[in-house]
Design a protein around this ligand. Structure first.
Ligand SMILES: Cc1cc2nc3c(=O)[nH]c(=O)nc-3n(C[C@H](O)[C@H](O)[C@H](O)COP(=O)(O)OP(=O)(O)OC[C@H]3O[C@@H](n4cnc5c(N)ncnc54)[C@H](O)[C@@H]3O)c2cc1C
Length: 318
């Protein structure tokens, strides 16, 4: 048995590791230059930014076992953040489940999970076809064949372009939707402490600020701040002028932090076109024959959801 896995984020890696546990060979393909998907880290000179997933929580017992192993390996850590919530002008503690992060950066965890797997980066899959076996076609016209099954963990908009018209669950893929999110990355000459590590915000263009350098294992030589835009505002302004989006986010975040971010030596903006789940089929994965569609969006999003969906896809094939 040889299975092709499309996407090398948390879901794809989880599927590959589950299949490996059952002695099944996998080959993972991803369009990006690194593994991890949205559990990612952006490098810029002296600065590093976790510009996708900020932290994750654990409710599932099996996922907890996986995270405990990663903590023992030194690639993940609890983040006892000073977390605040701002709503209608009032600050309160942002309570909830224990938070965890990759250590020393967010992508350390997927990199660790990818060890020993056959990962082929820089390969954008544009089509999949079943004859005797499954064949993948890539953007550059090349192809790879001889697969007994395919697991896709691409975002729904991208999965919809490769799923065969005959796929029984096609409607669930096509109708799934995701929110846009802008990520503002601000690099400072030195760490700052506004009195909190994370600020969740209601009713503003931004909904999240994270003091990246306050996470465990991060460099204390420089300061790094992450600002995420609010989902509905991001969807509305997905194609708005980037300089304007950046300006609005800087002004909003500067007022909240009490620090003029516009003067920072490094400022960058990234648009996540498929950031978080908006309309989800709410099933662990979608299967028809030898093709399984998975990803965080199947179960409503988030890191744990991606891990569970990838594992469910592997088990569905098994
Ligand atoms: C801004 C932001 C903040 C977030 N914050 C949190 C948080 O605080 N807590 C939390 O739990 N979760 C958070 N998330 C969500 C979390 O990152 C995701 O749930 C999880 O990482 C998704 O994993 P995945 O494997 O399902 O998908 P992805 O990580 O998106 O993996 C899909 C992979 O497919 C690849 N791909 C796409 N198209 C193709 C193609 N045609 N051919 C080949 N490869 C392709 C992509 O490059 C990508 O690597 C956040 C996400 C974003 C963007």
């Amino acid at each position: 048995m040889k299975i092709a896995i499309l996407g090398c984020g948390v879901a794809g890696l989880s599927a590959a590791r589950e299949l490996r546990r059952h002695g099944i060979e996998t080959v993972l393909f991803d369009k990006s230059r690194g593994v991890g998907g949205r559990m990612s880290t952006r490098y810029a000179g002296a600065w590093e930014f976790d510009h996708g997933a900020q932290f994750f929580t654990v409710q599932d017992e099996d996922f907890q076992v996986e995270i405990d192993a990663a903590i023992r390996a030194g690639v993940a850590a609890p983040w006892p953040a000073k977390a605040l919530y701002l709503k209608t002008g009032a600050l309160s503690a942002d309570t909830g489940r224990d938070r965890y992060v990759g250590q020393p950066r967010m992508n350390s965890l997927p990199k660790y999970w990818a060890k020993g797997l056959d990962v082929r980066l820089g390969n954008r899959v544009t089509a999949i076809k079943k004859a005797e076996s499954w064949t993948l076609t890539f953007e550059d016209g090349a192809s790879a064949s001889g697969f007994d099954g395919v697991i896709s963990t691409l975002p729904p908009a991208q999965a919809a372009t490769i799923v065969p018209k005959t796929f029984q669950e096609r409607e669930a893929v096509v109708s799934a939707q995701m929110h846009v999110c802008f990520c503002l990355m601000v690099g400072l000459p030195a760490p700052i402490d506004p009195g909190w590590d994370t600020l969740r915000v209601k009713d503003l263009p931004i909904d999240w600020i994270s003091i990246n350098h306050a996470k465990p294992g991060r460099s204390q030589e420089v300061g790094a701040i992450i600002v995420h835009s609010e989902a509905a505002w991001s969807d509305k302004h997905a194609d708005s002028d980037r300089a304007w989006v950046q300006d609005v986010m800087i002004k909003s975040a500067s007022a909240l932090i009490g620090f003029p971010l516009a003067e920072a030596p490094h400022i960058a903006l990234h648009r996540w076109l498929y950031a978080s789940s908006k309309l989800s089929p709410d099933v662990p994965c979608l299967k028809d024959g030898g093709l399984v569609i998975a990803g965080d969006w199947c179960v409503g999003g988030r890191v744990q959801g991606a891990w569970l969906s990838g594992r469910a896809a592997a088990r569905a094939l098994l």
